[in-house]
Ligand binder design. Structure first.
Ligand SMILES: N[C@@H](CCC(=O)N[C@@H](CS)C(=O)NCC(=O)O)C(=O)O
Length: 227
């Protein structure tokens, strides 16, 4: 049985990636939550992850402390983490790697907060560029492999890496074309995403650095989180 260490479901986009992947691929794991904003828990967590970051997967003596490394570790043990077809697999790996190392403006300006709805003060050209690239990438995958997921019929790690973007699009009211928005709804409608979202809304712990960061980029229209 794997142990997966994650942070607050409302904020932790990196944690969501392996969590949603394992849930959708039906890979069993024990979930350990180490929330932001709780200093003592965070100190104890640093003993588990050498980088002091989440997510972190522990499998017996093996510790895997990065979301992309976790996807690859799981792919060595479970079918379907990446597509079976070599061409689709190469595309899916490229798409996941592009999210891992790119989309800086989208990730920084529109930080994940599942339970709120925001209006951004402005959408600068760099953010427009990230959204246009997202739109093109998703359309390419959906057309090339026939959907309904990015690299074909099955939910793969490529979808897991874009799952946090679906929450960001919902939170910030970002717009893409019809096919891309339908894909966002498909991701939000998966059993795993619905479970994550429901858990995120129940969280009452607020992490001030995240709250300040989000408050600076726009106006909060609605806060659906439990108080
Ligand atoms: N490259 C890492 C990044 C993980 C990451 O930055 N996680 C954030 C949480 S969403 C974190 O642990 N931040 C705490 C810190 O940096 O002290 C991955 O993909 O897993």
């Amino acid at each position: 049985m794997y142990d997966l260490y994650i942070a607050n479901k409302n904020y932790s986009s990196w944690s969501l990636r392996p969590w949603v992947l394992m849930r959708e691929r039906k890979i069993a794991f024990r979930e350990h939550s180490v929330p932001f904003g709780d200093a003592s828990a965070w100190q104890s967590y640093r003993k588990i992850s050498p980088a002091g970051t989440v997510p972190c997967l522990v499998d017996g003596d093996t510790v895997v402390w990065d979301s992309l490394a976790i996807a690859e570790y799981l792919a060595e043990r479970h079918q379907g983490v990446w597509p079976a077809d070599a061409g689709a697999r190469a595309w899916a790996r490229s798409a996941a790697a592009e999210m891992h190392s790119g989309f800086g403006e989208l990730r920084n300006r529109c930080s994940m907060s599942c339970g709120i709805r925001m209006r951004l003060h402005d959408i600068p050209p760099v953010l427009e560029r990230d959204i246009a690239r997202l739109n093109a990438l998703w359309n390419d995958g959906l057309r090339r492999f026939g959907g309904p997921y990015l690299a074909g019929a099955e939910f793969s790690a490529a979808d897991a890496f874009y799952a946090p973007v679906a929450f960001r699009i919902q939170t910030y009211g970002l717009k893409a074309d019809t096919a891309a928005m339908a894909y966002v709804q498909r991701l939000l409608g998966t059993a795993a995403m619905r479970e994550w979202y429901a858990d995120a809304l129940k969280e009452t712990l607020r992490d001030q650095p995240h709250e300040v960061e989000i408050g600076a980029v726009g106006q909060v229209l609605e806060d659906l989180r439990a108080t």
